[in-house]
Design a protein around this ligand. Sequence first.
Ligand code: XLS
Ligand code: NI
Ligand code: NI
Length: 441
Amino acid sequence: MATTEAFKGIGRIRYEGPKATSMLAFRHYDADKIVEGKPMREHFRFAVSWWHTFRGTGSDPFGPGTMRRPWERGGDSLDAAIDRVAVGFEFMEKLGAPFYCFHDRDVAPEGATLAESNANLEAVAKRLKEHQDRTGIRLLWGTANLFSHPRYMQGAATSPDARVFAYAAAQVKKAMEVTHELGGAGYVFWGGREGYQCLWNTDMKRELDHLGTFMRMAVDHAREIGFTGQFYFEPKPREPMKHQYDFDVATCINFLRTYGLERHVKMNIETNHATLAGHEMQHELEYAGLQGFLGSIDANTGDTLVGWDTDQFPTNIYLTTQIMYTILKYGGLAPGGVNFDAKVRRESCDPVDLFHAHIGGMDAFARGLEIAAAMRADAAIQKLVEERYATWSSELGKRIESGGESFKSLAQAAIGMGPGPEVASGRQELFENVLNRYVAG
Ligand code: XLS
Ligand code: NI
Ligand code: NI
């Protein structure tokens, strides 16, 4: 195993409290602190994403990579991939992140043939396993990159070419097996290029059926190899395609129910994808939660002035409060977790910036959790919501909710109301003030 330190001069990041003077310390994330009966570490199950953190170059459509990454000197070779594992685990150990996530092709290079790609992945997985055993850091979820290689330009499971479907199936089979070998807690399907650019050349029904068949095969294969981890579907409305079949949570749930996959797959919800779909993250979490599909989250944020998936680290405490409030409401994430599907800006080119980014994200989530737990302890919002729905606790309300009324009986009741009910104020500003009281501390 490589023993040279990649992040020299940076030690283990520790919790030092809100008054910490070091910029390489947690001010709010205290892994052992108990909130609502369990340690922060278990609320979040923070994961580092291999692709952004260890493979991100900072390239954009206007210029090449800017990142100074000694561990990229070997390029996309197998040797470099194997050596990079020590770098990844050094980072995660120093940060105190208990989990990581990867795509097959970010941990190991694609070979000239599928057999070679599989052998590369196995070789790197062996090294990953050694470091997992050494550190206790675990795999939150694995996934397959079915969108970068040109063969997938028109989709993978939804490609018009049946041979591409077969190739993608083989790739996912291997990625699932490696995830299983590494004791992964889950496996993610993100659509990638499963969608279309032009409806005139697309047979949408056929493509959706194919995607359903593909996911069914994955579920069957999991049973065959004894993988009992959680499957997730990750919504995203567009980018890279103009329209993607995993558009948002509601669309994904409808898809899963249509193809009989609802017992096997939950949602992995990403903030920036929610906003691209025209939703707030809180909306997506709430909808998944109430339908029983809340699985895991990809923590990041977009930019209000930039219209694409900027995948920035989350630092906004209102956002993390909304997220943690909803997650607590629905009983937590495990076996899912909080994966930082986020990248440092192109201008933040030093390795130390990776620490600042993750520390900021973890602290923002810890603050969000504390605020959400305090709000819940006082039931401040719940009480106001209950008041708003008070008429549903009246005799009439109870009878409607229990199915004891009909249009006929209600028509009679309504006639008895004369000019009709005077509706109470919605008090939105009051709700927002209550929230602010807790956020401001
Ligand atoms: C891209 C997605 C991707 C998934 C995993 O927008 O967020 O990173 O999380 O394939
Ligand atoms: Ni994601
Ligand atoms: Ni994304």
